[in-house]
Design a protein around this ligand. Sequence first.
Ligand code: PEP
Ligand code: MG
Length: 594
Amino acid sequence: MKTETTVSAREEAGEQVFEGLGVSSGIIVGPAHLRDSGEIQVLEYRLPQAKLDDEVVRFQDAVEKARRQVGKLKSKAESYHGAAAEELGYLLDAHLQMLKSNSLLGAVERRMRGEMLNAEAAVMAEIGEISKNFAEMDDSYLRARAQEVREVGLRIVRNLTKTEYGGFEHLAPGSIVIAEEITPADTALMDPKRIGGFATDLGGAEGHTAIMARSLGLPAVLGVTGLFAGIKTGDRVLVDGSNGRVIVNPTDKRLSDYKLRRKAIEQESRSLALLRDVDATTRDGRNVSLQANLELPRDLVQAVASGAQGVGLLRTEFMFMNREDLPDEEEQYESLRTIVEGMDGQTVTIRTLDVGGEKLTSSLGGHMGSALNPALGLRAIRLSLKEISLLETQLSAILRAGAHGPVRILLPMISNVGEVKEVKKVLTSVARKLTARGVDIADPLPPLGAMIEIPGAALAADALAQVVDFFAIGTNDLTMYTLAIDRSEEQVAHLYNPLHPAVLRLIQFSVEAALRARIPVSVCGEMAGDPKYTALLLGLGVRDLSMSATGLPRVKKRILKIDLRAASHHAMAVMDQHDSGRIAALLDDFNEGY
Ligand code: PEP
Ligand code: MG
């Protein structure tokens, strides 16, 4: 059951309008399904005395995680004003209080030790008892407290049982998933044929949850304060991913307005589909190569349908998500081979594993530890070089897939020349071992490239260009690390801006370094898939763009209108500016004129 609290919502004729970050465009109406709202089944078992201390630590970790979750929701509510925000703040304060006080937590621990019971069963038993006692009271205030105890207890149980791995197969078709937070791994479980879209209280526009929503074509709004507390499973809900709006119980008038807008969107996608076989050529005759980013194997269909000229970024993290074990060489090879064959002779750029930061997976939990700043910790190539067998397995699978079609190998989070040299050694040795085993591999060895997504790598691009065969500029992380703004954090989302002059200078410098060294350079961050930035990137010398296939036709349409010489002059004018607001205005002017 949910409380009645809402924040950032306007009541309009019986409907409620919530505002958030529209991260994946499209409009959808359907029944709301509140994630985590159902009953949780937990196992009950007895533990030997020797294991009890560890079990108590597991319980305390789950409580600590719950404190962090509630603290995050609370600080977000605090950034809003008004009575509803205040009310939600009080509620979350009460939850935090319970997570700190001894009455619930102490009772659970006593029950665990007294009955030698596992943690989740002890929490369920305790909240059952407290709820029963409160429910029998006449006082409505105390009855409401019982509900709060229950909510806090269930949060701890979810943390203990890692319920976030649950799929969405049981939902009614067209359901809209509403949650406090949805991870990239959760998004990977969403089937667009079943799920209509989703909306959450937390999450930023450039995090992987948002990127995956775009690539699946699922309308999504993130960072909607108070949404989860202000909606019930079964409520009719409209998600407007283009304008960042979630409307609960929309009026008939609202629905008919949106129906018209939806029709217009459908018409636009039909006309964009006609561009599939049209070359991406500027008005003055320069060709631009448009490639697809793949998050999941199922994105392949859309990549082919969009007319992508290859895969500019295959994020291999999907193979490690939603599982407790690691995929072996054979499994990785089969997955990669399917994609390489599916691209039918077009090059597939396969990036080695980039977990860490917001992209955590349970299968690698044990390897990664719990860093205070995971985005600055053992992420991506750093993990691969520490756990060499992980890298060897992946490179073997890539080399074997490369026997079925052209591939390139891309290394994430490169910060120095030494890392590339180390990978080269591993690559040579893996290739030698495979050949000795008589296994078919890519011949010659595939080109090896570096992601330019750390400011230090961009500034050292001249040196890096001497040791790699190509660059792929990752503007998502480049923006995050240059401006020190977490890309998946809704509270600072308004500060995240790839048009900051510092970010643009790093892009410009990397492109020029690649051109000087005569190696190919592409942009594969989210900037590449937004037509607003196309003229600027082309003006800076980029001729290769890789993006979610769903965004590709719109970028192609933009390219057909651009005069490259004008775009280059314009880019120079942009690079003279010091203020991102002024840069955005200049860009708008240019985009309107051409
Ligand atoms: C980037 O950082 O821009 C990028 C393309 O990589 P990812 O989004 O997977 O971190
Ligand atoms: Mg990145």
